[in-house]
Design a protein around this ligand. Sequence first.
Ligand code: FAD
Length: 290
Amino acid sequence: MHTFRPAEFEYHRPTSLDEALTLLGEIEDSRPLAGGHSLLPMMKLRLAIPTALVDLSRIPGLDEISASNGGLAIGALATHAEVAGSEVAIGIAPVIPETAARIGDLQVRNCGTFGGSVAHADPGADYPTLLKALGGAITATGKGGEREIAADDFFRGIFETALEPGELVTSVKVPGTPAGTGASYLKHRHPASGYTVVGIAAVVKVEGGNCTAARVTVGGVTSPPVHATAAEEALVGGPGSEDAIAAAAEKVPEAIPSAMGDAYASGEYRTHLAKVLAARALREAFDRAA
Ligand code: FAD
């Protein structure tokens, strides 16, 4: 009979990054613990059976959100609620706090962290889709030092990233969205959990009345999220008119030929949602760029 209790594990609460990396390196099958909102349910279901948890919550400085080269640096331990309420983030890339504010429910936003979500790479997560559209980069830190991985290379599949064993996500860098650039993230929420069934991020740059760069990414339909390249290409050079947006949205399904389906939403329904949300997200992005 299933008890919904995790298997036995050790618990460590390091007070420095170096100590955390040492523990993760030395204890076989240990896992970092951030907000615990994905890891603990998996442990209760015995989908994850770590020998030890290395709790990151007492490491100072990992929750900072700061301006960095015209963009944002978001510490891995910043909670969704902290990101949602960050004045710095609202000033530099408002689509990020807007997205954070729509994650799950209050409890999830108060505990779940930016870095935990990125490292977990759940197909129903919001940040991976958004980070790919914004051109973000993940800072991974291991015993050997730091490396930066573009979001386009970081997310590899369902719960699969470019992180090496023993490496931690320590921060995420995101370019700002200055005047002339508009960004939008829209999602269809699962009515029970709030997780994303389909999420669309759109980022456009408008100069002299015409679109000079466009990024449209689709999440929840494939894993990892993908660029709707044909839609992106169709927008560049045009004014972002209703017709142009409708034509671009029609091209989104080309990026998701094998859309995932489940008991709640078939692949066909997800593909339909992706088209509808892409048109709305693009409209909002162009309006914001104006
Ligand atoms: P944890 O659960 O602590 O860890 C998750 C995984 O990442 C573990 O494998 C852990 O070892 C690893 N990890 C954690 N931090 C790091 C790090 N810094 N470096 C390397 N590895 C690390 N998410 C959304 O995006 N949108 C939603 O709408 C949404 N709705 C939700 C609704 C519910 C009811 C729940 C329970 C969760 C929901 N989530 C949603 C997920 C939520 O955002 C989680 O917070 C997130 O997936 C994991 O973050 P965490 O800090 O809780 O990580």
